[in-house]
Design a binder for this molecule. Structure first.
Ligand code: NAD
Length: 296
């Protein structure tokens, strides 16, 4: 059992912190939202008066915040909590942020003698609640090993991608590919429909042919082809267009820095941002199918 500070108790962080309580850890939680604090308190977490209060004396400090600026501000900003963290503690940032900010944070904490790993997740709110998230870790082997028992309380598949920042890079590579597959699957299905095919039949054919991919297997974007997926529920729930657009922005920033050529990722980002600007930011990302649909 470890003493864990958990900062950022939103859609993802809330259920993750609750799973750590269930795993027997002593969790001291903080969020700017009183409602979020009340939910984790009811599940057995101790509520801290501030982020610094949560971090003081903790063996592990976990953060799950919206973006890089929040994470850097939390630890290294004017009111940054780095000074309150114990020397032998391990900081685990699970937010999806740019790899550069993760490296900056790692370096800033190292200056104060504090160890750090980036550990972004895949698996969405469902995975956070079920404790089946995939963690993609960037950091030293020793810190990865130290974090494992804690991460196992919140996830099922835990990968060590490489040095600090590598977790973030692997995560955005995956999401860039996912967005490309989702757009490609959507336009192919719609072309079939436009030419008189039943999307269910076409999906079955492509699933047994070389176009087979994760979106066809588990997340068909065409309404009523599959049960229990966002496309059959007006694109509610799942992984929001806003978050996919954010991740694709991070992917293209990384590609620019490494001078990588990512034409498909750039196109996917533009399509997702246009879809977001058309007012669909809160829908699941499979709603990109709407872009190709023929309106009645
Ligand atoms: P969210 O907006 O629901 O939660 C963020 C929480 O952080 C909020 O409760 C907010 O009050 C809190 N917060 C912000 N600044 C704070 C500060 N300085 N101190 C304390 N609390 C602060 O977001 P989320 O959906 O939980 O996502 C969190 C991260 O996880 C993001 O980086 C996101 O990209 C990533 N992620 C989300 C999903 C998903 O499906 N939602 C999946 C994978 C990864």
């Amino acid at each position: 059992m470890a003493t864990i500070a958990f900062i950022g108790l939103g859609n993802m962080g809330g259920p993750m912190a609750i799973n750590l309580v269930k795993a027997g850890h002593q969790v001291k939680a903080f969020d700017l939202s009183l409602e979020a604090l009340a939910t984790v308190k009811a599940a057995g977490a101790e509520v801290a008066a501030s982020a610094a209060d949560a971090a003081a004396g903790a063996d592990f400090v976990i953060s799950m915040l919206p973006a890089g600026k929040h994470v850097l501000g939390l630890y290294l900003g004017e009111q940054g909590i780095a000074a309150q963290i114990k020397q032998d503690a391990l900081v685990i940032d699970c937010s999806t942020i740019d790899a550069d900010s993760a490296r900056k944070l790692g370096a800033g904490l190292a200056e104060q003698g504090i160890a750090f790993i980036d550990a972004p997740v895949s698996g969405g709110v469902g995975g956070a609640k079920a404790g089946t998230l995939t963690f993609i870790v960037g950091g030293s082997e020793a810190d990865y090993q130290k974090a494992l028992p804690v991460l196992q309380g919140m996830g099922k598949n835990i990968f060590h991608a490489g040095a600090i920042g590598a977790g973030q890079v692997a995560k955005i590579c995956n999401n860039m590919l996912l967005s490309i597959l989702m757009v490609g699957t959507s336009e192919s299905l719609q072309m079939g429909i436009d030419n008189g095919l039943d999307p269910k039949v076409l999906s079955e054919i492509m699933l047994k042919s070389s176009g087979r991919n994760w979106t066809l297997e588990l997340y068909n974007p065409c309404p009523d082809v599959m049960e229990n997926v966002p496309s059959s529920n007006n694109y509610q729930g799942g992984f929001m267009v806003d978050l996919m657009a954010k991740d694709l922005g991070l992917a293209l920033e990384a590609a620019t820095q490494s001078q990588s050529s990512t034409p498909m990722g750039a196109l996917a980002r533009n399509l997702y941002v246009a879809h977001q600007r058309a007012g669909h930011g809160k829908l699941d990302f499979s709603s990109i199918f709407k872009l190709f649909e023929k309106k009645a």
